[in-house]
Design a protein around this ligand. Structure first.
Ligand SMILES: [Zn+2]
Length: 198
């Protein structure tokens, strides 16, 4: 059977096309090992396949892997540019960039919220991934603010390393009291509300 052609002028209900529908912010949040960066990379790849111009940023603080790529725990990666301060993104961004990815948003200064809003106001799709709670289970202020102003929020859950329940907290296994301790599997594990120890 032949498919009926979509009449020209038809627009999908969701804003899908940059330049026609304006910009917006998508927040992908959750604990460690909840697949946030994987999800960010997946969305950015789809945009790249559609030949949209993509630029990706991470904080110069995130030193886990090479700084010229963001890398998920399953080692999927995509090129990125490191920014020391949030507002640096506004000077690095190119005029024709349609999709902006920001990984580990909690590592940025408070200015990142206004930067995301500005990029979206300019008509760009802004996709932000980050931790929503610190190792004490308290909200990361920057992530909380972005969740509030975003059009779309995806909250990912991990699986509790102790009991197997859905997990939304990151248990620090080392004794460090630093708020931001960059690390991977040797320093943290995902825990549910019941198994999380403050
Ligand atoms: Zn548990």
């Amino acid at each position: 059977m032949k498919r009926k052609a979509i009449p020209s002028g038809h627009r999908p209900a969701a804003p899908l096309h940059w330049g026609q529908a304006g910009g917006w912010i998508e927040a992908v949040v959750g604990s460690m090992f909840s697949g946030k960066t994987q999800e960010l990379i997946r969305r950015l790849r789809l945009a790249t396949i559609a030949r949209q111009k993509v630029q990706v940023f991470n904080s110069a603080l995130d030193t886990r892997y090479a700084k010229d790529h963001i890398v998920s725990h399953d080692l999927a990666k995509i090129p990125c540019q490191a920014a020391a301060k949030a507002k640096d993104i506004l000077s690095i961004i190119e005029p024709d960039t349609q999709v902006v990815g920001i990984d580990e948003v909690q590592f940025f200064d408070d200015g990142i919220v206004a930067v995301c809003e500005e990029l979206a106001d300019q008509g760009r799709r802004v996709i932000v991934a980050g931790l929503d709670q610190d190792f004490r289970g308290a909200p990361f202020s920057v992530t909380a603010q972005i969740m509030a102003v975003a059009e779309f929020v995806t909250k990912n859950l991990a699986i509790c390393s102790v009991c197997g329940s859905p997990a939304n907290r990151s248990q620090r296994l080392s004794v460090s009291k630093k708020l931001i301790e960059v690390g991977t599997q040797d320093k943290y594990e995902a825990r549910c509300r019941r198994c999380f120890k403050r």
